[in-house]
Design a protein around this ligand. Structure first.
Ligand SMILES: [Fe+2]
Ligand SMILES: [Fe+2]
Length: 442
């Protein structure tokens, strides 16, 4: 039987620690938002625990959720009651209020993150703030929703997360991804950001330009800025814009107080280096944006293509940061047998960086286009939904960049010809290749 930490110990621990912590594009190209493949995997019925001290809210949310997705819903009117339920029953996702008596929602999600790291943790609150209480949830909560947000949206997000989780080995990679509070940054960019935030003459525009050079910090600020606490009504996809919106004080808290921005210390990435992984991410992002603009996307849509490119290999960062020994093993298999990294990852971990990255993007509330671009960037034909959009641009840009910067004889990526033909993209390949070759990261 698995050994779980006792609830009382965790509560004592948390009580004793200060716990902060687009010209118009053709329809075929700019596909509508859609959920990652709905029909590929089978899932157990999702079990959701709603925690709110207002019984009427529980009743309304419970009814609306049941009307939206197939799920079991359990309710609790306090964090204590919720933790007692979690001791006895499997819970896939908790949705909790933040302003609750005795134990507030911020403390509750931190306790859940510690005791049940695999549980999806969502905050559903009427409060909008960047104060200490809000910031306390920035690492532990996966997503934030502001009442009276659409319960349908909340339920759909939970369903998407559970679907992507079911693609990963249970109690393995799924657990590792769900525990991720933040990812390490390129050391040089981390230092540059630290200096920019502490320099009296730095403007937030300058800080934003530094931050968007880093994949990890870009992902974290976009997760937060698109959340209820820090958010705006418009969805942001540009990291620099997100940094300006959050402001210097919140960024300093993330860097110094919450340690959600950290510099990379264990640089082991199979067939690559951290510098090369970052260069590749920025190159694919820039090429995807150029392709989007050339195909008639708006600036805002092209920004989403950029983000999809920037984060397409974020799963490699997750694996390298959390499983260094597995990285060594993957590297050895790739070098000795000359197989693709994804094949070695599958053998060692039971999942690929694409699947791990897509799960993190879904957990953090990123758009379906970004989640799909992570999940299927190596084999987009596995995406059964119609249309292409960012996934096509990211897939092609990824292949072209690997062709320009090869990794010895190791097979990195090849064009998914079946997909290219199915989407009618073959006549565009030469033009896209030139765009990708000429795209220079800012
Ligand atoms: Fe990849
Ligand atoms: Fe890649």
């Amino acid at each position: 039987m698995a050994c779980r930490p006792r609830q009382d110990d965790a509560l004592t621990h948390f009580a004793s620690v200060s716990y902060i912590y687009r010209r118009r594009a053709p329809r075929w190209f700019c596909a509508a938002q859609r959920s990652p493949n709905e029909d590929v995997v089978s899932m157990d019925k999702i079990r959701i625990l709603l925690v709110d001290d207002e019984a009427t809210v529980l009743k309304v949310v419970q009814m609306a959720m049941r009307a939206t997705i197939e799920c079991d819903i359990i309710t609790a009117t306090s964090a204590g009651e919720a933790l007692r339920i979690m001791e006895k029953e499997r819970i896939d996702a908790v949705v909790c209020d933040i302003g609750m008596p005795v134990m507030d929602g911020a403390t509750f999600v931190n306790v859940v993150a510690e005791l049940y790291p695999n549980t999806t943790r969502l905050i559903f609150t009427a409060l909008r703030s960047t104060d200490a209480l809000g910031l306390q949830t920035a690492g532990a909560a996966h997503q934030f929703f502001l009442k009276p947000t659409s319960i349908r949206l909340l339920a759909e997000k939970i369903k998407c997360v559970q679907r992507l989780r079911s693609r990963l080995p249970a109690q393995g990679m799924d657990m590792i991804v769900a525990k991720v509070r933040s990812l390490p940054s390129l050391p040089a960019v981390y230092t540059e950001l630290e200096q920019a935030l502490n320099h009296p003459n730095s403007s937030m525009d300058m800080v934003g330009k530094v931050l968007e050079k880093d994949i990890a910090m870009s992902a974290k600020v976009l997760q937060l800025v698109n959340s209820a606490f820090f958010g705006t009504h418009e969805r942001m996809t540009r990291p620099a814009q997100a940094a300006v919106h959050l402001g210097g004080e919140v960024l300093k808290s993330l860097l110094l107080g919450l340690h959600l921005f950290t510099a990379w210390k264990t640089p082991c990435i199979p067939c690559s280096s951290i510098q090369e992984l970052w260069r590749h991410g920025l190159a694919v992002a820039t090429a995807a944006r150029e392709i989007a603009l050339a195909e008639g996307c708006t600036r805002a849509q092209a920004d989403e293509y950029y983000a999809a490119g920037l984060f397409h290999d974020i799963g490699k960062i997750i694996i390298a940061d959390n499983l260094p020994e597995s990285c060594d093993h993957i590297q050895k298999i790739v070098q000795e047998r000359g197989v693709a990294i994804t094949q070695a990852e599958k053998e060692v971990l039971g999942a690929t960086h694409a699947e791990a990255g897509a799960y993190l993007m879904a957990l953090w509330g990123f758009s379906d286009n970004i989640v799909n671009s992570c999940a299927f960037h190596h084999q987009p034909s596995q995406d059964a939904t119609p249309g292409c959009g960012p996934l096509a641009a990211v897939h092609v840009a990824n292949v072209f960049d690997h062709a320009q910067v090869p990794c010895g004889k190791i097979p990195m990526a090849t064009l998914d010809q079946a997909y290219i033909v199915r989407m009618g993209l073959a006549p565009k390949m030469e033009a896209w290749r030139r765009l990708a070759a000429g795209a220079v990261p800012a």
